[in-house]
Design a protein around this ligand. Sequence first.
Ligand SMILES: Nc1ncnc2c1ncn2[C@@H]1O[C@H](COP(=O)(O)OP(=O)(O)OP(=O)(O)O)[C@@H](O)[C@H]1O
Length: 251
Amino acid sequence: MKGEPVLRVRDARRHYVSGDSVVRALDGVSFEINPGEVVGILGPSGSGKSTLLLIAGLLEPPTAGEVFIRDRCVSSVGADLDSLRDFRRDNIGFVFQKANLIPFLSAVENVALALEIDDVPSRPARAYAEHLLESVDLAHRIDNLPTRLSGGEQQRVAVARALANDPALILADEPTAALDSVRGRQVIGLFRQIADTRQAAVAVVTHDPRVLDLFDRTIELRDGRIVAEKPLSADGNNSLQNATAAQDRSQ
Ligand SMILES: Nc1ncnc2c1ncn2[C@@H]1O[C@H](COP(=O)(O)OP(=O)(O)OP(=O)(O)O)[C@@H](O)[C@H]1O
């Protein structure tokens, strides 16, 4: 089911001045993500993927262009992003390469904290945090400290934490980079499930060829521009997977 786009980025540019030169980290990028879609953002190192997530996540303003969330223009040149802190917390969930859990809090306390920061009283916060951890198959680990969880389990706690405020948009920067193939696919599978059940829009920056078949679409960046945008082909593959397979065969 498709509705209004959750995220719409229009002609976004982000230029950094460094001495006499200008780095065009993003150089005119436009795309949309619809409810229920999981989109992979690909591209070589330095192509602008993380910059795009920072701009879409309202953590940096663009040098030019606009970001719309559910048809509201929320960021453009010179936007006061500090004033969007509550909007960001209510609408966007972030997941990074490292889970960044608070080490002295248990899994359930880490997730509940995200709700308590939003003024949910501690008892219902804990109950909902338990529910979220159950939904990522961690019911048996809720009282464990992060050091007693595997890397994949920690990342699933981070996903549960990102879901705490029921965000319409989830942005993930290389969430599977530190995981083995099975756990990496589980994490993207979880995004897939969240997109299906909550109609969330999900963007995942990745270099990981093992998870590409789980995306509805991929956007490939190079030098700050979109150079390819692909739905998956009928055989479930896309060109990067094919290229990786060809490389594997030649070794
Ligand atoms: N704060 C900054 N100041 C100056 N240049 C920056 C800044 N942030 C990013 N850049 C430059 O912008 C370009 C895009 O960087 P970005 O981190 O978005 O790339 P990326 O595709 O995420 O790379 P990687 O895959 O290595 O993480 C790079 O040339 C980078 O050096």
